[in-house]
Design a protein around this ligand. Structure first.
Ligand SMILES: [Zn+2]
Length: 260
């Protein structure tokens, strides 16, 4: 059986915007352990200016706390860095990829479009976060399999539960959701396809202009959001959508308000 646990690997707070989370998922299976998203990492905490830079720290509201890093939280749950066999990233923005260096032995799964965009030198990414030489495993553009109408890319983790990258482009060139089968249903981690869950219900949500400004292709981002609304409407009983930044989607024990 593949089990799923939630963790929040860091906070961002740039007033007047609300405090937002770094909602990661820990998947444990007999075949290995995977971390979906990596949050703000130990190296970021130790050298915020050198790694992130003051401008981005202020802009995004990065908070640095060693106990909040994924590697420290996993250790408290009995999972050592070397036990993590796979990292699965929705995209490579600094608040998602900061913890990569804390798991140097893990394979790092990402879409080929995202890896290309980072390697192509797009300025939104921080090369220093990849300086340790991650063991990249890129996926796509093909072959794809149908997942609720999305052309998904299955990861070969050997886990009992299937894990798929689901293209949700727009925020970045290769931004993907991560779908994991949990019991009879699915969890879809949508990364930054929405910042706040309220965007699913409200097409004029106040966070919209920020999301538009942060996206590389806003038309694609809006198209993605529309597809997620349809997914939620048609299959909301089978698929639980979760984002990275919405505090209300975190379990209460982690500072959120969602049922565990
Ligand atoms: Zn983000």
């Amino acid at each position: 059986m593949t089990t799923l646990e939630h963790l929040n690997a860091g906070w961002l707070h740039a007033p007047p915007n609300p405090r937002i989370s770094c909602h990661c998922l820990l998947l444990r299976d007999r075949a290995g352990t995977a971390l979906v998203e990596t949050g703000i990492g130990l190296q970021d905490v130790r050298d915020p200016i050198g790694r992130i830079g003051q401008h981005l720290i202020d802009l995004a509201g990065f908070k640095f706390s060693e106990p909040d890093t994924a590697v420290r939280q996993l250790a408290r749950r009995g999972v050592a860095s070397r036990d993590v066999t796979h990292l699965v990233l929705t995209h490579l923005d600094p608040d998602h990829a900061g913890g990569l260096a804390d798991f140097p032995g893990a394979e790092v799964h990402v879409s080929s479009e995202e890896l290309d965009a980072m390697r192509g030198g797009h300025p939104r990414y921080l090369p220093i976060q990849f300086g340790h030489g991650p063991r990249w495993v890129s996926h796509g553009p093909g072959p794809a399999e149908d997942w609720f109408g999305f052309p998904a890319r299955r990861l070969d983790l050997g886990f009992e539960s299937p894990v798929l990258l689901v293209p949700l482009f727009g925020h970045t060139a290769g931004h993907c959701g991560v779908a994991v089968r949990v019991g009879p249903g699915w969890v879809l981690h949508v990364g930054d396809a929405y910042y706040l869950r309220g965007e699913l219900a409200d097409r004029d949500h106040p966070v919209g202009p920020i999301a538009a400004a942060q996206s590389v292709d806003n038309a694609k981002r809006l198209e993605t959001l529309e597809r997620l609304r349809v997914l939620q409407q048609d299959h909301g009983d089978e698929v639980l959508l979760l984002g990275y930044h919405d505090v209300t989607e975190l379990p209460q024990a982690l500072g959120g308000s969602a049922a565990a």
